[in-house]
Every structure is written in structure tokens, then in C-alpha cells.
Write a protein that binds this ligand. Sequence first.
Ligand SMILES: C[S@@+](CC[C@H](N)C(=O)[O-])C[C@H]1O[C@@H](n2cnc3c(N)ncnc32)[C@H](O)[C@@H]1O
Length: 267
Amino acid sequence: MSSRLDAEYADATPLRVRIDTHEHYSENVNNPTGDVLDALGLSGAEYLADIGCGDARFLADLVATGHRGPLVGIDSSPTMAAAADIIPGVRGVLADATQIPFDDNTFDALSARHMLYHVPDPRAALSEFRRTVKPGGTVAIVVNHPRNCPRTAELVTAHARTYGVEQTGSFRASVDSQSLPPLMSEVFGAVRIHRCDNALVFNSPAPLVRFAEALFAFYGVPVDHPSRADILDDLRGDVQDWFGAHPGESWRDPKGYIVAAADVDPS
Ligand SMILES: C[S@@+](CC[C@H](N)C(=O)[O-])C[C@H]1O[C@@H](n2cnc3c(N)ncnc32)[C@H](O)[C@@H]1O
């Protein structure tokens, strides 16, 4: 993982803010976790690996809802692997998605939720997923649409730019909802797609500013950037001005994702 991503996922707070924002400020129902569970069709007995497990709430929820099979959370961030490992009934493993330290044909089910776009070689990760999942097992992957939340991304990059933060520091996804299906077909054959088109809608400045700040590290402004506080102040002022100039209007930013699922060929 790059040092920029390392730094971003050393602390689970910005990830939590982004997840909470999508939960509370989406225009339509936003339930990638439910969509992944639908795609996997779990009975509760499966040996399941969640790759790029983040704060491992997905695995904690599986335990809480009675999943009986072994659960593994794999993440390249030590913070996130440790977060999975402290959940009773879950094993946290520090590893990269392209080098999964498990034997061939181990898992019955594998999820990779909102993580594959961070992997520079997503095809290599897909090959690892195929190698480690048993024939007849299922893989479900969530990735965002290209140019997800473009207004907020532009807000952050515009303010960062005024402090000399180069556009090259911007987050570039290695795979998105357009490029994933053909890539998955190459590795797995038939792929099932569930698509969710949505938008974030903010009616006041504070949650938008909080969400924008949680994106800073992706756009070249890590927590220790010397101008971070100034960039945040300017951005907050800009957002407050926008709401002041547009009374009764919402800030709407389009977004969406797909869940792409495939079964490993039993032959
Ligand atoms: C956007 S977060 C998503 C977390 C979680 N899957 C969720 O949906 O809430 C991306 C996660 O992928 C992890 N990650 C990024 N690149 C990775 C890689 N090459 N191998 C394994 N994990 C990776 C990060 O450390 C982070 O925890």
C-alpha cells in the first residue's frame, strides 16, 4: 500500500465519518452491506474472508446476527487488521489483497467492499480471490462509480490547490463500476451486477464540511499537512457562504456503486 493510504488508514475515524455520512445523507436507500449479503446468499455456516475489512463492523455484525462459520478480516493496515482481530469470533490478518496468506480453495465466500479501487493491480487481487475461494464459492465486490461525489472532490481539490497542493496528489481509483465487470469476467466468467445510483444531499454546512475533511488525505492533505487547518477554515467559509447565498437549497452530489458477484467455477 502507498504511504498516503497507509497514513489514511492508520486511524479509522475518517473512514467512519465517510460511512456515517453515506448512511445519513444519502438521497435514496444506501445499503452496500445489505447488497453484498444478498449477493453472497450466506447460510451462516460459510468460511468467509472480508478483504480490506476496515474497522470490521461488517464482520462484527455477522457475528452478532449468528454467523457460525469462521470469519477472517484481511487488511493491509495494521490498525484495521487489529480492529478485526479483537472481535470475538473473528481472526484479523495483516496482508495485502494481492498476496493472501491462505491456501488455495480455502474460503466459501469472499467480500471486498470499497477497497479494490485502492489496489494498484486489481487484476492480481481478483486472481488471489479466485485462488483462495473454493470451487462453487462466491465472491462479491463493491466499487464506486467513476467520478463519485464530484462536487465535494472539486471543493476539496480547489481549496487544497490554493495552498499549493498539486492535483497529482488526488485520489485516483484503479478500478470503478465501469471497468470492474469486464475485468471480473476475465477472471471468473459470468458476473452478476447490482447497481445503485444515488446522491449525497446536505441541507446545512456542518455535515458537508465534516465529509469533505474526511476526504482530505485522498486529495494530498494528510493530517500532518502544515496548511491543513487553513484549508479547512477556507473550505468551511466557502460552504457557509454557499448555503447563505442559496437559502432553502440543498447541496447535492451524485454518487453510486455496483456490487459485482461471481461464483468460482466448480469444474
Ligand atoms: C474505504 S476502506 C473500506 C473498509 C471496509 N471494507 C468498508 O467498506 O467499510 C478501504 C480499506 O481497504 C484497505 N486496503 C487498501 N488497500 C489494500 C490492499 N492492497 N490490501 C488489503 N487491504 C487494503 C484499507 O486499509 C482500508 O481498511
